[in-house]
Design a protein around this ligand. Structure first.
Ligand SMILES: Cc1cc2nc3c(=O)[nH]c(=O)nc-3n(C[C@H](O)[C@H](O)[C@H](O)COP(=O)(O)OP(=O)(O)OC[C@H]3O[C@@H](n4cnc5c(N)ncnc54)[C@H](O)[C@@H]3O)c2cc1C
Length: 439
């Protein structure tokens, strides 16, 4: 396939492939009764009509999703691969690469076609995030935050005017950023201190945000601020802040352990005037929007970590099974290492199953909160383990700053921190399980 844009390549298909509808993709999901029969050992099993049951692997992709995977994989290998090391060392995202991401249609995956997006489904975004992370988790998180948090917020809660103004820009050239965390409110995000006040024509913002991904590249920022602190978290409101608004500034760019090409900054808001039209959704609903977005976004981070783990595994497997000989034998053929390599791949496959299960449940409109938390928790654990082992399998070559092995290891650490730390995922999972199992 040529490197034509995903939008151009996939759009005609997405019109002709009706299977993008969740019900068509996962026929079993709508037949709980039959699947119960299928697992029964009684004679009812023989009586049940099993002709409609076609077991589908959870990682099965529709035609358009497969095409997304292939196109993004090729793009990542050819266009991103050669820049990974340089961008990491320079701690900068190449602006030309960001332009290519827009040209490829990767920045507007779920934005409807009428607004210039690809009009595709959530799993297509997950596939793209995973494929990008196989090559560079920094580029992957830029695309992830833009698609799963920012675009989704505009699609779900933007009024007609906001959507007409912003969705075409987000699909074609304006990077978005999601600003919730602050110096003293990370895990406890709703203790945020940034204040909004009502004015005659709109609002005024004062405060600071910390750890904000895409800050250097973004043209638009979704900022959560408290409009009514007396109501606690129920005062939290989402605002649209444009890059050049007076009083808004980037105070500091963090120097990080991993995903170094992804920008992470402290932002200041000093009497920033926000017109009425830049309210996103309704006043006081910001906490609900943030919870909803992060629940979905976690599946994106889980996909990023799965892609990272696979990228690290493949890089090391190719080296030990092809390039590195010791005592006349390829090092990857030593039995202990063979077993570790097999164990690691099995864990990656298990993480992928959790990721795709959570994505499909979200698309099917089912409750996916626990699934998303389990996927993010496990995928980041697997990424850490696999990327760490991959360094060891490659010996000295895994430890030097040449290939991607040591970078993938450093990058893997962030999976346990952003969009809810691993402790927070465990807390969510435990709370939901306890509810289910308490008499
Ligand atoms: C590279 C990077 C990019 C980021 N991008 C964004 C972004 O784009 N937008 C945004 O809004 N935020 C972003 N964040 C912020 C990120 O979501 C927070 O760092 C994260 O939520 C953790 O918050 P904290 O750093 O304040 O750590 P803390 O909340 O202080 O946590 C420190 C430790 O305490 C534990 N802990 C805290 N509370 C509990 C509890 N109740 N129970 C058990 N353990 C607990 C945590 O698990 C952790 O181990 C980013 C962070 C990083 C590092």
């Amino acid at each position: 396939m040529t490197m034509a844009s995903i939008t151009r390549v996939l759009r005609p298909l997405s019109r002709t492939v009706p299977s993008l509808r969740p019900a068509a993709i996962r026929p079993l999901a709508s037949r709980p009764l039959q699947s119960t029969y299928a697992f029964s050992t009684t004679c009812r099993r023989r009586e049940a009509d099993l002709t409609g049951l076609t077991p589908t692997p959870i990682t099965h992709l529709s035609e358009t999703e497969s095409m997304m995977a292939e196109t993004v994989s090729k793009f990542a290998e050819e266009q991103i691969g050669p820049k990974v090391r340089e961008m990491d060392e320079a701690e900068t995202m190449d602006p030309a690469l960001v332009e290519h991401l827009f040209e490829q249609g990767i920045m507007g995956i779920e934005i409807p076609e009428e607004f210039g997006g690809a009009g595709m489904n959530f799993t297509a975004a997950i596939v793209a995030i995973e494929e990008l992370a196989r090559v560079d988790p920094s580029v992957s998180v830029l695309v992830d935050v833009h698609n799963t948090l920012v675009n989704t917020a505009f699609i779900k809660w933007g009024d007609a005017q906001v959507q007409r103004t912003w969705l075409p820009k987000l699909a074609t050239g304006t990077v978005g950023s999601f600003c919730l965390s602050e110096p003293v409110s990370g895990s406890d995000a709703f203790a945020l201190q940034t204040k909004a006040e009502k004015t005659a024509d709109g609002y005024k913002l004062n405060g600071s945000k910390m750890w904000i991904t895409n800050s250097m590249e973004a043209g638009v920022f979704i900022v959560f601020a408290n409009l009514n602190p007396s109501k606690g978290y129920k005062g939290i409101t989402a605002f649209i802040v444009e890059k050049d608004t007076p009083g808004f500034s980037i105070a500091k760019k963090e120097k990080k352990l991993g995903i170094k090409a992804s920008s992470t900054c402290v932002l200041n808001f000093d009497d920033v005037v926000i017109p009425k039209g830049n309210l996103l959704g309704e006043e006081g609903q910001g906490y609900k929007y943030a919870i909803g977005l992060l629940n979905e976004g976690r599946i994106g981070i889980a996909a990023q970590m799965t892609g990272l783990a696979l990228g690290a595994w493949e890089n090391a497997a190719k080296y030990v099974w092809n390039d590195r000989r010791q005592f006349g034998q390829l090092v990857g053929e030593f039995q202990g290492m063979q077993h570790q390599i097999a164990q690691a791949y099995t864990e990656i496959a298990a993480a992928r199953a959790l990721v795709y299960n959570a994505a499909r449940k979200k698309e099917a409109g089912q409750d996916f909160v626990q699934d998303a938390a389990m996927a993010k928790l496990y995928a980041s654990q697997v990424a850490g383990r696999v990327a760490g082992s991959a360094v060891e399998w490659m010996g000295g070559m895994g430890f030097v700053r040449e290939g991607i092995a040591e970078k993938m290891f450093r990058d893997s650490k962030i999976g346990a921190i952003y969009e809810g730390t691993s402790n927070i995922q465990l807390q969510t999972i435990a709370k939901l399980l306890q509810k289910q199992y308490t008499r």
